[in-house]
Design a protein around this ligand. Structure first.
Ligand SMILES: CC(C)(COP(=O)(O)OP(=O)(O)OC[C@H]1O[C@@H](n2cnc3c(N)ncnc32)[C@H](O)[C@@H]1OP(=O)(O)O)[C@@H](O)C(=O)NCCC(=O)NCCS
Length: 207
């Protein structure tokens, strides 16, 4: 039976679709066909707990995808290399497992209002069926490499609830430096930064 979350990267319609190649996964700009896969991952309990902003009905999700997310991706990519530091310039990429072409999560980069500028942040999610295989780490490394090498981004931020052990681990594995804690909506987050110089010097790009 065909996998309903499968998405074909070789489809000729996808020729002009932006992708970032990683080892086991490809990061690919959201497509309308991703609706079911994204929606079903947003129903998972860990996603609801750690990414409450992604909770939506299927109709809302369809509307966000059509009206904002796909459009903002285009605007972001058209602005490269000089991404303006204004709200709305967010990049949202599906995480596609090469082996099956399935969308297993997503990674985003937008501005985090609660942090002082430069406040470009990376955020991510992986379906519970695919965690602990290093996919989020590959995705963060792939997106950081793309942003540092191809855009005017010099600093990336990341935040994770202090008790979100896997997420903090991903951020640390990618070489981000702990800056401290920050309270957002009465919850305590660890707050990290990775700057381009550190990324180049530590050889994190080659991990
Ligand atoms: C956070 C998340 C993206 C991690 O994805 P992933 O693909 O499993 O991440 P990786 O496999 O690259 O790395 C996970 C690390 O956490 C570790 N880990 C996972 N659960 C753990 C636990 N309970 N205790 C200790 N370490 C744990 C893994 O062992 C691995 O570290 P290692 O490589 O040193 O062994 C995924 O769990 C998720 O989507 N969670 C819900 C959404 C979310 O929290 N998003 C981030 C919001 S800030």
């Amino acid at each position: 039976m065909p996998n309903r979350n499968a998405t074909n990267l070789n489809n000729s319609n996808l020729k002009n679709v932006f992708t970032i190649e990683c080892m086991d996964i490809v990061l690919r700009e959201f497509q309308m066909e991703d609706l079911d896969a994204i929606y079903s991952i947003t129903l998972q309990s860990k996603i609801k707990e750690f990414l409450p902003d992604w909770i939506a009905t299927k109709e809302q999700r369809r509307e966000w995808l059509t009206k904002y997310e796909i459009k903002e991706n285009k605007e972001f990519l058209e602005a490269v290399p000089n991404i303006p530091n204004i709200k709305g310039h967010a990049l949202r990429l599906g995480i596609i497992l090469k082996e099956t072409n399935e969308l297993i999560g997503w990674i985003t980069s937008g501005l985090k209002d609660e942090l002082p500028p430069p406040n470009r942040e990376i955020g991510y999610a992986i379906s519970k069926d695919y965690t602990c295989k290093g996919y989020a780490t590959q995705a963060v490394q792939g997106l950081a490499k793309y942003l540092f090498e191809n855009t005017n981004t010099d600093v990336l931020n990341a935040t994770a609830l202090t008790y979100n052990i896997p997420s903090n681990r991903v951020i640390q594995k990618c070489g981000f430096r702990l800056m401290g804690t920050i309270e957002i909506d009465d919850q305590e987050f660890y707050y990290y930064k990775l700057n381009k110089g550190e990324w180049e010097n530590k050889g994190i790009r080659n991990l």
